[in-house]
Design a protein around this ligand. Sequence first.
Ligand code: FES
Length: 385
Amino acid sequence: MNEFYPLAIAELKHDTRDMLVVRLAVPPDLREKFRYRAGQHVVVRQNIEGEELRRHYSICASEAEQELRIGIKKIADGVFSQWAHENLRVGDKIDISPPTGHFGWPHIASRRVSESGGNISVSESGGNVSVNESGGNINEGQHFLMIAAGSGITPILSLMTTILAANATNRVTLVYGNRATGSVIFREEIAALKDRYLDRLAVLHILSREPQEIDALHGRITAAKMLHLAHRWIDFPTIDQAFLCGPAAMMEDVVMALRNSGLAAERIQREMFTVNAAPRLLSRRVVAADHAALIEFIIDGHRQNVQITNRTDSLLETALAHGLEVRYSCKSGVCATCRCKILAGKVDMDASYALEDYEIARGFVLACQAYPVSDKMTVDFDCDS
Ligand code: FES
Protein backbone atom coordinates (compact mmCIF):
# COMPACT_ATOMS: atom_id res chain seq x y z
CA MET A 1 0.00 0.00 0.00
CA ASN A 2 2.75 2.41 0.88
CA GLU A 3 4.30 2.20 -2.56
CA PHE A 4 7.10 4.50 -3.62
CA TYR A 5 8.67 4.70 -7.05
CA PRO A 6 11.94 6.39 -7.98
CA LEU A 7 10.94 9.04 -10.52
CA ALA A 8 13.46 11.14 -12.43
CA ILE A 9 13.34 14.91 -12.22
CA ALA A 10 12.61 16.18 -15.73
CA GLU A 11 12.64 19.91 -14.98
CA LEU A 12 13.38 22.31 -12.12
CA LYS A 13 12.17 25.88 -12.12
CA HIS A 14 12.14 28.60 -9.50
CA ASP A 15 8.73 30.24 -9.74
CA THR A 16 9.57 32.65 -6.91
CA ARG A 17 12.73 32.80 -4.84
CA ASP A 18 11.25 30.33 -2.33
CA MET A 19 9.22 28.13 -4.63
CA LEU A 20 10.87 25.35 -6.59
CA VAL A 21 8.60 23.71 -9.15
CA VAL A 22 9.63 20.13 -9.85
CA ARG A 23 8.40 18.25 -12.91
CA LEU A 24 8.73 14.50 -12.60
CA ALA A 25 9.03 12.06 -15.48
CA VAL A 26 6.54 9.21 -15.22
CA PRO A 27 7.60 6.22 -17.33
CA PRO A 28 4.90 4.72 -19.59
CA ASP A 29 4.47 1.61 -17.44
CA LEU A 30 3.62 3.77 -14.39
CA ARG A 31 1.27 6.25 -16.09
CA GLU A 32 -1.91 4.56 -14.88
CA LYS A 33 -0.58 4.35 -11.32
CA PHE A 34 0.28 8.04 -11.36
CA ARG A 35 -2.92 9.23 -13.04
CA TYR A 36 -4.28 11.98 -10.78
CA ARG A 37 -7.40 14.00 -10.16
CA ALA A 38 -7.30 17.75 -9.71
CA GLY A 39 -6.52 18.63 -6.08
CA GLN A 40 -4.64 15.43 -5.22
CA HIS A 41 -1.15 15.21 -3.75
CA VAL A 42 1.83 12.87 -3.75
CA VAL A 43 4.14 11.90 -0.91
CA VAL A 44 7.88 12.43 -1.34
CA ARG A 45 10.21 10.21 0.68
CA GLN A 46 13.83 11.08 1.32
CA ASN A 47 16.49 9.90 3.70
CA ILE A 48 18.39 12.87 5.13
CA GLU A 49 21.24 12.24 7.57
CA GLY A 50 19.91 8.83 8.48
CA GLU A 51 16.33 9.88 9.01
CA GLU A 52 13.50 8.99 6.65
CA LEU A 53 11.42 12.08 5.95
CA ARG A 54 8.07 12.16 4.18
CA ARG A 55 6.37 15.26 2.85
CA HIS A 56 3.17 15.66 0.87
CA TYR A 57 2.98 18.07 -2.04
CA SER A 58 -0.06 18.94 -4.10
CA ILE A 59 0.04 18.50 -7.85
CA CYS A 60 -0.30 21.87 -9.57
CA ALA A 61 -1.05 20.83 -13.17
CA SER A 62 -4.56 20.27 -14.51
CA GLU A 63 -6.15 16.87 -14.91
CA ALA A 64 -6.06 17.15 -18.68
CA GLU A 65 -2.28 17.67 -18.66
CA GLN A 66 -1.54 14.63 -16.46
CA GLU A 67 1.87 16.16 -15.85
CA LEU A 68 3.34 15.42 -12.45
CA ARG A 69 4.39 18.88 -11.27
CA ILE A 70 4.75 19.80 -7.62
CA GLY A 71 5.88 22.98 -5.89
CA ILE A 72 8.33 22.75 -2.97
CA LYS A 73 8.32 25.90 -0.90
CA LYS A 74 11.46 26.58 1.09
CA ILE A 75 10.51 26.77 4.75
CA ALA A 76 12.84 28.50 7.24
CA ASP A 77 13.13 25.44 9.52
CA GLY A 78 12.06 22.85 6.95
CA VAL A 79 14.68 20.12 6.77
CA PHE A 80 13.31 18.53 3.60
CA SER A 81 12.48 21.73 1.72
CA GLN A 82 15.93 23.19 2.43
CA TRP A 83 17.57 19.97 1.32
CA ALA A 84 15.46 19.86 -1.85
CA HIS A 85 16.28 23.45 -2.82
CA GLU A 86 19.98 22.87 -2.35
CA ASN A 87 20.41 19.35 -3.67
CA LEU A 88 17.86 18.42 -6.33
CA ARG A 89 19.16 18.35 -9.91
CA VAL A 90 17.57 17.44 -13.23
CA GLY A 91 18.03 13.70 -13.81
CA ASP A 92 18.10 12.84 -10.08
CA LYS A 93 15.59 10.27 -8.92
CA ILE A 94 13.39 10.76 -5.88
CA ASP A 95 10.91 8.41 -4.24
CA ILE A 96 7.32 9.41 -4.95
CA SER A 97 4.07 7.67 -4.00
CA PRO A 98 1.12 7.56 -6.41
CA PRO A 99 -1.37 10.45 -6.13
CA THR A 100 -3.86 10.37 -3.29
CA GLY A 101 -6.26 12.71 -1.47
CA HIS A 102 -9.87 13.81 -1.72
CA PHE A 103 -9.60 17.58 -1.96
CA GLY A 104 -11.77 18.78 -4.82
CA TRP A 105 -13.42 15.45 -5.24
CA PRO A 106 -16.26 14.57 -5.60
CA HIS A 107 -17.21 18.20 -5.14
CA ILE A 108 -16.19 19.30 -8.61
CA ALA A 109 -18.45 16.60 -9.99
CA SER A 110 -22.07 17.24 -10.76
CA ARG A 111 -23.22 16.14 -7.37
CA ARG A 112 -24.90 17.79 -4.48
CA VAL A 113 -23.92 15.95 -1.34
CA SER A 114 -26.13 16.21 1.66
CA GLU A 115 -26.13 14.46 4.97
CA SER A 116 -29.12 13.21 6.87
CA GLY A 117 -28.76 11.19 10.02
CA GLY A 118 -25.26 10.12 9.10
CA ASN A 119 -26.30 8.84 5.69
CA ILE A 120 -24.97 10.52 2.60
CA SER A 121 -27.29 11.09 -0.28
CA VAL A 122 -25.93 12.08 -3.65
CA SER A 123 -28.12 13.58 -6.31
CA GLU A 124 -27.47 14.99 -9.73
CA SER A 125 -28.14 18.69 -9.89
CA GLY A 126 -29.32 18.67 -13.46
CA GLY A 127 -28.08 20.59 -16.46
CA ASN A 128 -25.40 19.58 -18.90
CA VAL A 129 -22.32 17.77 -17.77
CA SER A 130 -18.96 17.06 -19.31
CA VAL A 131 -16.82 14.11 -18.35
CA ASN A 132 -13.29 14.73 -17.17
CA GLU A 133 -10.45 12.33 -17.70
CA SER A 134 -10.82 10.51 -14.43
CA GLY A 135 -14.40 9.66 -15.18
CA GLY A 136 -16.14 12.27 -13.06
CA ASN A 137 -18.64 14.82 -14.27
CA ILE A 138 -18.27 18.56 -14.01
CA ASN A 139 -21.52 20.42 -14.36
CA GLU A 140 -21.80 23.36 -16.71
CA GLY A 141 -22.52 26.87 -15.56
CA GLN A 142 -21.19 26.52 -12.01
CA HIS A 143 -19.46 29.26 -10.07
CA PHE A 144 -16.47 28.15 -8.01
CA LEU A 145 -14.90 30.32 -5.34
CA MET A 146 -11.21 29.51 -4.77
CA ILE A 147 -9.37 30.97 -1.80
CA ALA A 148 -5.66 30.40 -1.37
CA ALA A 149 -2.84 31.82 0.69
CA GLY A 150 0.84 31.43 -0.30
CA SER A 151 1.73 27.92 -1.40
CA GLY A 152 -1.91 26.92 -0.86
CA ILE A 153 -2.26 27.91 -4.50
CA THR A 154 -0.83 24.57 -5.74
CA PRO A 155 -3.96 22.37 -5.53
CA ILE A 156 -6.14 25.41 -6.27
CA LEU A 157 -4.31 26.02 -9.56
CA SER A 158 -4.90 22.40 -10.56
CA LEU A 159 -8.61 22.69 -9.73
CA MET A 160 -9.02 26.05 -11.49
CA THR A 161 -7.43 24.97 -14.73
CA THR A 162 -9.38 21.70 -14.72
CA ILE A 163 -12.72 23.38 -14.03
CA LEU A 164 -12.27 26.18 -16.56
CA ALA A 165 -11.18 23.77 -19.29
CA ALA A 166 -14.00 21.32 -18.55
CA ASN A 167 -16.65 23.36 -20.35
CA ALA A 168 -17.32 26.84 -21.69
CA THR A 169 -19.65 28.09 -18.97
CA ASN A 170 -18.00 27.42 -15.61
CA ARG A 171 -16.79 30.47 -13.72
CA VAL A 172 -14.04 30.78 -11.15
CA THR A 173 -13.34 33.58 -8.69
CA LEU A 174 -9.88 33.34 -7.15
CA VAL A 175 -9.01 35.22 -3.96
CA TYR A 176 -5.27 34.81 -3.47
CA GLY A 177 -3.33 36.15 -0.49
CA ASN A 178 0.40 36.85 -0.45
CA ARG A 179 2.86 39.22 1.19
CA ALA A 180 3.85 41.14 -1.95
CA THR A 181 3.78 40.91 -5.73
CA GLY A 182 7.22 39.27 -5.77
CA SER A 183 6.04 36.40 -3.58
CA VAL A 184 2.95 35.54 -5.67
CA ILE A 185 3.49 31.93 -6.69
CA PHE A 186 2.37 31.08 -10.25
CA ARG A 187 1.74 34.77 -10.95
CA GLU A 188 2.45 34.37 -14.68
CA GLU A 189 0.39 31.21 -15.03
CA ILE A 190 -2.55 32.85 -13.31
CA ALA A 191 -2.21 35.95 -15.53
CA ALA A 192 -2.14 33.71 -18.62
CA LEU A 193 -5.27 31.90 -17.40
CA LYS A 194 -6.95 35.25 -16.86
CA ASP A 195 -6.10 36.27 -20.45
CA ARG A 196 -7.45 32.99 -21.74
CA TYR A 197 -10.66 32.98 -19.70
CA LEU A 198 -11.29 36.70 -19.56
CA ASP A 199 -15.03 36.46 -18.95
CA ARG A 200 -15.00 33.41 -16.72
CA LEU A 201 -12.08 33.95 -14.35
CA ALA A 202 -11.88 36.76 -11.81
CA VAL A 203 -8.66 37.13 -9.81
CA LEU A 204 -8.36 39.19 -6.64
CA HIS A 205 -4.80 39.44 -5.29
CA ILE A 206 -4.72 40.40 -1.62
CA LEU A 207 -1.29 41.63 -0.55
CA SER A 208 -0.42 42.07 3.11
CA ARG A 209 2.82 44.07 2.85
CA GLU A 210 2.36 46.07 -0.31
CA PRO A 211 0.09 49.09 -0.49
CA GLN A 212 -2.76 48.73 -2.99
CA GLU A 213 -4.68 51.42 -4.81
CA ILE A 214 -7.86 49.74 -3.66
CA ASP A 215 -7.89 49.35 0.09
CA ALA A 216 -9.93 46.13 0.02
CA LEU A 217 -7.05 44.39 -1.76
CA HIS A 218 -4.59 45.17 1.00
CA GLY A 219 -4.18 43.08 4.15
CA ARG A 220 -4.88 39.45 4.98
CA ILE A 221 -7.70 37.16 3.97
CA THR A 222 -10.11 37.20 6.90
CA ALA A 223 -13.85 36.89 7.40
CA ALA A 224 -14.15 40.68 7.38
CA LYS A 225 -12.11 40.91 4.18
CA MET A 226 -14.31 38.32 2.47
CA LEU A 227 -17.45 40.20 3.44
CA HIS A 228 -15.88 43.39 2.13
CA LEU A 229 -15.00 41.67 -1.17
CA ALA A 230 -18.46 40.15 -1.33
CA HIS A 231 -19.92 43.60 -1.09
CA ARG A 232 -18.14 44.75 -4.25
CA TRP A 233 -16.81 41.84 -6.29
CA ILE A 234 -18.10 38.44 -5.26
CA ASP A 235 -21.74 37.57 -5.56
CA PHE A 236 -22.00 35.02 -2.74
CA PRO A 237 -25.47 33.66 -3.65
CA THR A 238 -24.14 32.53 -7.05
CA ILE A 239 -21.38 30.35 -5.57
CA ASP A 240 -21.88 26.62 -6.10
CA GLN A 241 -18.71 25.39 -4.43
CA ALA A 242 -15.87 26.94 -2.45
CA PHE A 243 -12.37 25.51 -2.14
CA LEU A 244 -9.85 26.83 0.36
CA CYS A 245 -6.19 26.04 0.88
CA GLY A 246 -4.02 27.83 3.39
CA PRO A 247 -3.23 28.05 7.10
CA ALA A 248 -5.79 26.70 9.55
CA ALA A 249 -6.61 30.01 11.20
CA MET A 250 -7.34 31.74 7.89
CA MET A 251 -9.59 28.94 6.73
CA GLU A 252 -11.57 28.73 9.93
CA ASP A 253 -12.23 32.45 9.80
CA VAL A 254 -13.24 32.42 6.14
CA VAL A 255 -15.40 29.31 6.42
CA MET A 256 -17.36 31.07 9.15
CA ALA A 257 -17.94 34.03 6.82
CA LEU A 258 -19.04 31.75 3.99
CA ARG A 259 -21.40 29.82 6.25
CA ASN A 260 -22.86 33.05 7.62
CA SER A 261 -23.42 34.16 4.05
CA GLY A 262 -25.57 31.12 3.42
CA LEU A 263 -23.15 28.70 1.78
CA ALA A 264 -23.90 25.19 3.06
CA ALA A 265 -21.10 23.27 4.78
CA GLU A 266 -21.10 20.53 2.15
CA ARG A 267 -20.27 23.13 -0.50
CA ILE A 268 -17.09 24.19 1.23
CA GLN A 269 -13.94 22.12 1.06
CA ARG A 270 -10.62 22.80 2.73
CA GLU A 271 -7.07 21.59 2.33
CA MET A 272 -4.62 22.55 5.03
CA PHE A 273 -0.90 22.91 4.59
CA THR A 274 0.05 24.04 8.06
CA VAL A 275 -1.58 23.67 11.39
CA ASN A 276 -0.84 24.92 14.86
CA ALA A 277 0.05 21.93 16.98
CA ALA A 278 -3.05 20.75 18.74
CA PRO A 279 -2.81 19.56 22.32
CA ARG A 280 -2.92 15.78 22.38
CA LEU A 281 -5.84 14.44 24.32
CA LEU A 282 -3.76 12.18 26.47
CA SER A 283 -5.89 12.47 29.59
CA ARG A 284 -8.77 10.54 28.09
CA ARG A 285 -6.49 7.80 26.89
CA VAL A 286 -4.54 7.43 30.13
CA VAL A 287 -7.71 5.92 31.61
CA ALA A 288 -7.73 3.21 29.02
CA ALA A 289 -3.98 2.97 28.56
CA ASP A 290 -3.61 -0.43 30.21
CA HIS A 291 -6.50 -2.01 28.37
CA ALA A 292 -5.76 -4.56 25.70
CA ALA A 293 -7.52 -4.48 22.34
CA LEU A 294 -7.75 -6.54 19.18
CA ILE A 295 -7.48 -4.54 15.96
CA GLU A 296 -8.21 -6.03 12.56
CA PHE A 297 -6.51 -4.07 9.78
CA ILE A 298 -7.67 -4.40 6.17
CA ILE A 299 -4.89 -3.38 3.80
CA ASP A 300 -4.73 -4.15 0.09
CA GLY A 301 -7.45 -6.77 0.49
CA HIS A 302 -5.61 -8.60 3.28
CA ARG A 303 -6.90 -8.85 6.82
CA GLN A 304 -4.47 -8.90 9.69
CA ASN A 305 -5.23 -9.10 13.40
CA VAL A 306 -3.05 -7.18 15.82
CA GLN A 307 -3.34 -7.69 19.57
CA ILE A 308 -2.25 -4.67 21.59
CA THR A 309 -1.70 -4.56 25.33
CA ASN A 310 -2.36 -0.85 25.82
CA ARG A 311 -4.04 1.90 23.84
CA THR A 312 -1.45 4.63 23.96
CA ASP A 313 -0.39 4.31 20.31
CA SER A 314 -2.33 5.67 17.34
CA LEU A 315 -3.68 3.28 14.73
CA LEU A 316 -0.84 4.35 12.44
CA GLU A 317 1.83 3.77 15.10
CA THR A 318 0.28 0.39 15.91
CA ALA A 319 0.19 -0.68 12.26
CA LEU A 320 3.78 0.42 11.60
CA ALA A 321 5.05 -1.19 14.82
CA HIS A 322 3.61 -4.49 13.58
CA GLY A 323 5.26 -4.23 10.19
CA LEU A 324 2.13 -3.34 8.24
CA GLU A 325 2.56 -1.27 5.11
CA VAL A 326 0.20 1.65 5.46
CA ARG A 327 0.42 5.00 3.72
CA TYR A 328 1.26 8.13 5.66
CA SER A 329 3.13 11.39 5.35
CA CYS A 330 2.75 14.26 7.85
CA LYS A 331 1.73 12.23 10.96
CA SER A 332 0.06 15.38 12.26
CA GLY A 333 -3.46 15.24 10.89
CA VAL A 334 -2.91 17.62 7.99
CA CYS A 335 -2.46 15.65 4.76
CA ALA A 336 -5.11 12.90 5.04
CA THR A 337 -2.72 10.42 3.43
CA CYS A 338 -3.47 7.99 6.30
CA ARG A 339 -7.27 8.30 5.91
CA CYS A 340 -9.02 5.01 6.72
CA LYS A 341 -12.48 3.85 7.72
CA ILE A 342 -13.61 2.35 11.01
CA LEU A 343 -15.87 -0.57 10.09
CA ALA A 344 -16.33 -1.72 13.68
CA GLY A 345 -15.42 -0.26 17.05
CA LYS A 346 -14.66 3.26 18.27
CA VAL A 347 -11.68 5.60 18.28
CA ASP A 348 -10.69 8.92 19.84
CA MET A 349 -9.30 11.41 17.36
CA ASP A 350 -6.90 14.16 18.38
CA ALA A 351 -7.13 16.28 15.24
CA SER A 352 -9.33 15.94 12.21
CA TYR A 353 -8.36 19.05 10.23
CA ALA A 354 -7.95 17.08 7.04
CA LEU A 355 -11.41 15.51 7.12
CA GLU A 356 -14.70 17.10 6.22
CA ASP A 357 -17.68 16.56 8.51
CA TYR A 358 -19.39 14.29 6.01
CA GLU A 359 -16.32 12.02 5.92
CA ILE A 360 -16.31 11.73 9.71
CA ALA A 361 -20.04 10.96 9.61
CA ARG A 362 -19.26 8.12 7.24
CA GLY A 363 -16.71 6.66 9.67
CA PHE A 364 -13.46 7.95 8.16
CA VAL A 365 -10.63 8.80 10.53
CA LEU A 366 -6.98 9.78 10.28
CA ALA A 367 -4.93 6.81 11.41
CA CYS A 368 -2.15 9.05 12.75
CA GLN A 369 -4.65 10.84 15.00
CA ALA A 370 -6.97 7.98 15.97
CA TYR A 371 -6.57 5.95 19.17
CA PRO A 372 -8.46 2.74 19.98
CA VAL A 373 -11.33 2.97 22.44
CA SER A 374 -13.13 -0.34 21.84
CA ASP A 375 -11.84 -3.77 22.80
CA LYS A 376 -12.32 -4.94 19.22
CA MET A 377 -11.99 -2.90 16.07
CA THR A 378 -11.85 -3.25 12.30
CA VAL A 379 -9.95 -0.60 10.37
CA ASP A 380 -10.17 -0.50 6.57
CA PHE A 381 -7.41 1.25 4.62
CA ASP A 382 -8.85 0.19 1.26
CA CYS A 383 -12.24 1.87 1.51
CA ASP A 384 -12.59 5.04 -0.54
CA SER A 385 -16.22 6.00 -0.03
S1 FES B 1 -0.23 11.10 7.92
FE1 FES B 1 -0.98 13.09 7.36
S2 FES B 1 -2.96 13.12 8.27
FE2 FES B 1 -2.11 11.25 8.97
